[in-house]
Write a protein that binds this ligand. Structure first.
Ligand SMILES: N[C@@H](CCC(=O)N[C@@H](CS)C(=O)NCC(=O)O)C(=O)O
Length: 408
């Protein structure tokens, strides 16, 4: 046949799409693949371009090495699949676009590996891809994974349904290219996205004390943490001397993370927001709202606690304290009037939203219900305190912290 005739002959039109043969125990995998663009499922090996399987591959057995094969597996099963001849591996819960991309690459004769598996085979530490871009919620999920939390615990801690928690875990694994939960934690370790083994936040917590606020803030932020409890001396109400081993003043709260020891409630709260807050529980830095927020953060310990502490001590003095006590009561009443007017404006201390300033101010308000005269006669302030105390994170913190006489 002349060359021109050969060139003019049109090949029989090939059906569109990559011909994929599915080897799976049930119909679910085929149904997943059928929805992918550029994929055509075939029944016969002879008609297939690639094979996809979620079944273990026996070394030397079918389908490899006859057809390029993608195995959906992780851990030892993934390695065994590679040894048996698979050229592509993806996690069993890989996202549809990952599977489509993997199959397209496989069809072009390329190999496909999750980054973590590739790093392991190359004998290097896995590194998190910069573009992994976890959302704030996914970072919280990663933190909880690092603390060994199950999907059920993650759901409870973050106030999600079980299925949503499970979907977030799958998204974290997929974005980090991780083959397992432990792998995700290992890969998250580098950029400080999660608190991993040896890096768990520790709170040195005294019963019935303002360190309860730090537990609450940690709960609001959904961060895993360990509580190291100390009991007050029942006679003196002072902290036990062991607390001085952590910080020279021996007062609570003290927070330890990455070997750094932090004291002073507002400084600890600001640290937690800066390091783990990702913009939560505070107005935008630099905004007028932020300046208001910062003022309340410091008002709590700097101004509000002073008359309350003075009164606590004066009450122990007896009759001799009466003249000063009247003056302190006047100070307290004026302060509570001021706070009532401030909170009545927008419902919270630092604007229209709940912030860490409300957490900080909660302790003086609680103390004021006991010895400052705060009650229903100041409805905005009293109502705010009740709303704060009914927050789920506040209640969870009570479970972690133990006895707290200021809670209602
Ligand atoms: N301004 C400090 C005050 C710390 C403080 O006085 N903590 C109290 C707990 S409410 C304490 O540890 N008291 C026991 C003691 O003084 O021995 C802060 O906010 O961290």
């Amino acid at each position: 046949m002349p060359l021109a005739a050969l060139l003019e002959r049109r090949p029989a039109a090939a059906p569109a799409g990559l011909a994929v043969l599915v080897r799976a125990a049930g119909p679910a995998l085929a149904a997943r693949l059928a929805r992918l663009p550029g994929i055509r499922l075939v029944e016969e090996e002879a008609a297939a371009t690639v094979v996809v399987t979620d079944q273990p591959l026996a070394a030397g057995g079918p389908p490899a090495p006859m057809l390029p094969t993608l195995i959906l597996a992780e851990g030892p099963a993934a390695l065994a699949g590679l040894r048996a001849g698979a050229q592509a591996v993806l996690p069993p819960d890989a996202a549809p676009d990952q599977v489509a991309a993997g199959l397209a690459a496989l069809g072009r004769g390329l190999a496909v590996l999750p980054p973590a598996l590739l790093a392991g085979l190359a004998g290097r530490e896995p590194s998190v891809p910069v573009e992994a871009g976890l959302t704030r919620r996914e970072r919280e999920v990663l933190d909880l994974l690092a603390a060994g939390a199950s999907n059920k615990v993650i759901a409870r801690r973050l106030g999600l349904s079980f299925h949503t928690a499970k979907a977030h875990v799958a998204a974290v694994l997929q974005k980090l290219g991780a083959g397992s939960r432990a792998d995700a934690v290992a890969r998250g370790r580098g950029p400080g996205w999660c608190c991993c083994e040896g890096r768990m936040i520790q709170v040195h917590h005294l019963n019935n004390s303002r360190s309860q606020r730090i537990l609450w803030l940690l709960e609001e932020l959904g961060l895993p943490y360990e509580v190291i409890r100390y009991e007050r001396d029942p006679a003196t109400m002072l902290a036990p001397p062991e607390l001085k081993r952590i910080h020279p003043l021996g007062k609570s709260p003290v927070l330890v993370e990455d070997g750094e020891v932090l004291a002073e409630s507002a400084a600890i709260a600001e640290y937690l927001l800066e390091r783990h807050g990702a913009g939560r529980l505070a107005p935008a830095p630099g905004s007028p709202g932020y300046r208001r927020f910062r003022a309340w953060m410091h008002f709590a310990e700097g101004s509000a606690m002073t008359p309350l502490l003075v009164k606590l001590y004066l009450l122990r003095v007896g009759e001799a304290a009466a003249p000063v006590l009247a003056r302190i009561d006047g100070n307290l009443a004026a302060m509570l009037d001021y706070l009532e007017a401030e909170v009545a404006r927008e419902g919270w201390f630092a604007g229209p939203d709940f912030t860490a300033a409300d957490v900080m101010m909660s302790f003086p308000l609680e103390a004021a219900t006991q010895r400052g005269g705060l009650d229903e006669s100041r409805p905005a302030l009293f109502g705010l305190l009740r709303r704060l105390q009914s927050r789920p994170a506040y209640r969870r913190a009570l479970e972690r912290g133990g006895p707290y006489a200021y809670a209602t």
